[in-house]
Design a protein around this ligand. Structure first.
Ligand code: GLN
Length: 242
């Protein structure tokens, strides 16, 4: 694996990087390097073109106005859609997740078009904002341990037939539609409401992204003790009676 390289693109850190979501880029970068991969990480601000030759694209959460601006710029740029056509792996969080869908409701109360890379549609939830810890069972096809993260969003997301739920929540709201689903995925594009950063709390998801981009079934193990300690702490805090 030592000759393999990985081009990692962190999309719009100036607009979409709430709740430490940039940690997702750090985690993927580190875990890839630990496997001997030559990682080129590119942080692309919203006034720069999105490169189309990346292997993994990460996109984070954001407040409502930056979310609208990010969607407008990504649509105008077209690079992320071209990268997706090239088979790139995309992992998106919260506002980023909503932008991957067909549309969402923006800060002006209007419907903004998304990139249409995930068969999901987001609206503004009528109920109170979804805030708090989340625990969930990840789609069995992905064979991953329990999902842990925290959510903070007003938007809610409905899945179409072309997207599978990333997880079923045991605790928390997830997609917020009341059907118990959280996030969505298809073969190459993933979306979740989970912050944490989610890939620090769920490093196996970071490894999944690396495996998909390299088209391999397994990666050499790495020392996960710090990740496990964080997971244990957050799961205990989430399940502790108030
Ligand atoms: N602005 C979006 C919402 O409230 C996303 C929030 C976020 O990314 N944390 O639904």
């Amino acid at each position: 694996m030592s000759n393999a390289s990985l081009r990692l693109v962190w999309v719009y850190p100036d607009l979409l990087s709430t709740y430490g979501d940039q940690g997702n880029a750090l985690v993927v970068e580190r875990r890839a390097r630990q496997r001997g991969l030559d990682v080129q990480r590119l942080d692309v601000r919203s006034d720069q073109p999105i490169p189309t030759s990346g292997d993994i694209y990460l996109i984070g959460g954001g407040e409502d106005r930056p979310q609208r601006l990010a969607a407008e710029r990504l649509l105008r740029d077209g690079g992320l859609n071209r990268a997706a056509e090239n088979g790139a792996i995309i992992f998106s969080v919260c506002a980023g997740y909503q932008i991957m869908g067909h549309e969402f409701v923006n800060d002006l109360g209007e419907r903004s078009p998304g990139l249409g890379l995930l068969d999901v549609t987001s609206t503004r939830g009528e109920a109170e904002r979804c805030v708090g810890d989340v625990l969930g069972d990840i789609d069995e096809h992905l064979r991953l341990p329990q999902l842990t993260g925290f959510e903070n969003h007003q938007g809610i997301t409905h899945l179409g037939p072309g997207a599978r739920p990333l997880a079923r929540v045991r605790l928390g709201k997830g997609n917020g539609t009341g059907d118990g689903t959280e996030g969505a995925w298809n073969d190459t594009v993933f979306g979740t409401y989970m912050h944490g950063p989610v890939l620090a709390r769920n490093p196996q998801i970071a490894d999944l992204l690396i495996k998909l981009s390299l088209d391999v079934n397994a990666l050499p193990p790495v020392d996960d003790r710090w990740y496990e300690a964080l997971r244990d702490e957050r799961i205990a805090a989430a399940t502790q009676p108030a």
